[in-house]
Ligand binder design. Structure first.
Ligand code: GTP
Ligand code: MG
Length: 182
């Protein structure tokens, strides 16, 4: 397959969700194949990059990790602007992290200045499905998928950063939906 420079694309992906849901852990698995059980809050925001092949294109994902903690929310519009996809993350074991998805979703659209808010690509990740073998899950797959349908049919993935489960698939989907929206 001919993968030439002409086919290179940079896609900006913003990862949002409550503190502790595993945003940093998912990104660290995806980019560095590393996982740590220690929690270290993200302060502010920073990006890492990874290349991924989508059909005959090599795409560089510029993945922005953000702070879930309220007191670190100081980034605002400048940082969301130019985003090609937004990955929302919640913890399937904590209901509140699912309920706040509405805020993250609406806030993102408000601040990102997307020219077509209805069609903007989002992907939802229900993380930590490994915890207690799923015995402590609070949000059902059905409920999560219903929310996705109500929010413009966004794709849904259940993930585990700890067990490196479904992360490749989730970010590949983010890349694809972002490309389709270009
Ligand atoms: P903020 O930076 O505060 O917004 O949090 P975050 O969303 O980046 O969460 P982080 O990735 O730091 O993970 C929080 C804690 O959950 C850490 O102790 C992780 O090790 C743990 N964790 C993350 N993902 C998983 C997972 O899939 N399974 C389990 N069991 N633990 C996880
Ligand atoms: Mg973090």
């Amino acid at each position: 397959m001919d993968i030439s420079h002409r086919n290179r694309t940079l896609l900006k992906v913003i990862v949002l969700g409550d503190s502790g849901v595993g945003k940093t852990s998912l990104i660290n698995q995806y980019v560095y194949n590393k996982y740590s059980p220690q929690y270290k809050a993200t302060i502010g925001a920073d990006f890492v990059t990874r290349e991924v092949q989508v059909d005959d294109k090599i795409v560089t994902l510029q993945i922005w990790d953000t702070a879930g903690q309220e007191r670190f929310h100081s980034l605002g519009a400048a940082f969301y602007r130019g985003a090609d996809c937004c990955v929302l993350v919640y913890d399937v074991n904590i209901n509140k992290t699912f309920e706040t998805l509405n805020n993250w979703h609406d806030e993102f659209l408000k601040q990102s200045d997307a020219n077509d808010p209805e069609g903007f690509p989002f992907v939802l990740l229900g993380n930590k499905v490994d915890v207690n073998g799923g015995q402590t899950r609070m949000v059902s797959v059905k409920k999560a998928k219903e929310w996705c349908v109500s929010r413009g049919n966004m794709p849904y993935f259940e993930t585990s950063a700890k067990e490196n489960y479904n992360i490749e698939e989730a970010f590949l989907c983010a890349a694809k939906t972002a490309l389709e929206n270009e």
